[in-house]
Design a protein around this ligand. Structure first.
Ligand code: EPU
Length: 422
């Protein structure tokens, strides 16, 4: 059977949404268990497809993997495999996160080169360059990154800020011989959680500047990665606040770290929404008039590209023209044509989308293209008259745990539709 998501007009929402653990923190923390000399329990592990894929990848390498409701236990003592196979990597680009740890632990590995992606080319040249500077010999053979060599500490500079690139090299540096100094490192909260976990494991890792870290490696000796509670998913939290914003409702997200959402909260305020921020809870209140907004995506602590599509959906209801510039990924406007199918008036000029609001939206069939684009279509579906049918919903379940249940609990009407394949 073919499945899609039916989103019905749900003009008012209310209540509280509990936020799950961050997918983008879970994935590097699962990868870093490759460096562990003890089984590692991760709690607040989100039940999303990407986490299951990383679990399959570790299992395929020979690790013991147990994933249950809200936790996972990863025992890499039996890990012998050093090849991350195409069949798994092709379904999730973040599989590249095993490159640094495998090379650091075994001195050789093969990781399938991730292929193209809907949101942009997303090369991994910066991961490879840094490993080469640490002494690895790397060749691309038959679609695989084949890496060999014992890693040595080095002076490294990322030409461009990269999240998984930083994580890969931090993990590699933790296993290298000697000290590494890494500059222009990503400072997303998920990267910081990885660094803190390594520090707790006893690795000599220090933040010595704004985007600068020093790490003394263990020369291949495995380390006691501690059991870790995964930080809340700031993008999931932002998405549910966006649901409050687009329906102009009062609702709260709980179990969050508000500080990690600052750039997003600032834009809600600019659009006229009032926010109440408590220790681990944020409440959004309706705006009198939804103001247009100007957004430029950039690495943390600036506005996250992973919230761009959701704000574009809200901007369709703003009173005026919003300008949204996507600077990180060259093709992350795939939702624009779909939002326009619902009645939005959005024009793309180069890297900038102009959103002419307010426009009434009417339900239609729309196609999800990536995780965050899909969530924007769900948000738009809430205010579209009638029924919106979102296709290719597997994208949504890669990163949003219990999406339908969480939305229903705040009063949204949605369900899975099923039809025989045409
Ligand atoms: N880049 C290169 N060469 C590289 C690496 C990156 O040119 O070797 C470029 C990319 O093409 C892009 C920019 O650098 O233009 C930044 O990409 P980055 O490497 O930071 O992205 P990523 O690590 O592949 C992570 C998140 C993404 C999120 C981006 C940006 C994970 C698992 N994924 O991807 O999350 O959009 O950082 O913040 O952490 C999502 O969750 O939906 C998602 C796509």
């Amino acid at each position: 059977m073919y499945k899609y998501l039916k989103v019905y007009h749900s003009p008012k929402l209310a209540g509280e949404v509990p936020i799950s653990g961050a997918k983008n923190s879970a994935l590097p923390l699962m990868a870093v268990t490759i460096l562990s000399n003890r089984p590692v329990k991760l709690t607040n592990l989100p039940g999303v497809a990407d986490v299951k894929t990383m679990g399959r990848l570790l299992e395929n390498l020979g690790a013991g993997v147990e994933i249950g409701e809200g936790y996972g236990i990863f025992d890499t003592s039996s890990l012998t495999g050093t090849t991350a196979v195409y069949e798994i990597v092709k379904t999730m680009r973040a599989s590249i996160l095993v490159l640094g740890p495998l090379l650091g632990r075994f001195g050789n590995c093969r990781v399938s080169l991730p292929g193209g992606c809907a949101i942009g080319a997303r090369p991994v040249n910066l991961h490879i360059k840094a490993l080469q500077q640490m002494g690895a010999d790397i060749k691309i053979e038959q679609g695989y990154i084949c890496a060999e060599g014992r890693l040595k500490g080095a002076e490294l500079f990322f030409d461009q800020i990269t999240v998984t690139g930083s994580e890969n090299i931090i993990m590699a540096a933790a296993m290298a011989k000697g000290k590494s100094r890494i500059l222009n490192v990503a400072q997303e909260p998920e990267v910081l959680q990885l660094c803190n976990t390594l520090k707790e494991a006893g690795v000599d890792i220090q933040r010595v500047g704004e985007r600068e870290w020093e790490i003394v490696g263990t020369d291949g000796e495995l380390i006691p990665i501690p059991d870790t509670h995964i930080i809340p998913d700031r993008i999931e939290a932002g998405t549910y606040l966006a649901a409050g914003a687009i329906t102009n409702s009062q609702l709260s997200v709980v179990d969050v770290i508000p500080g990690d959402l600052e750039p997003v909260l600032a834009k809600f305020r600019e659009m006229g929404y009032r926010l109440e921020v408590e220790k681990d809870k944020i409440t959004i209140y309706p705006a009198q008039t939804i103001q247009p907004v100007q957004i430029v995506t950039a690495p943390h602590p600036e506005f996250p590209t992973d919230m761009q599509a959701q704000f574009m959906a809200i901007a369709t209801q703003a009173d005026g023209v919003s300008l949204i510039e996507e600077r990180l990924f060259e093709n992350r406007f795939m939702h624009v044509q779909e939002l326009n199918r619902l009645g939005a008036n959005i024009v793309i000029r180069g890297k900038v989308a102009s959103v002419y609001g307010p426009t009434p939206l009417v339900g239609a069939d729309v196609m999800a293209t990536d995780l965050r684009a899909s969530s924007a279509l769900v948000l738009a579906g809430l205010i579209a008259k009638g029924e919106t049918r979102v296709h290719r919903i597997y994208h949504l379940f890669r990163g949003y745990e219990k999406l339908i249940e969480k939305f229903r609990n705040i009063g949204a009407k949605m369900e899975i539709g099923e039809e025989p394949r045409p």
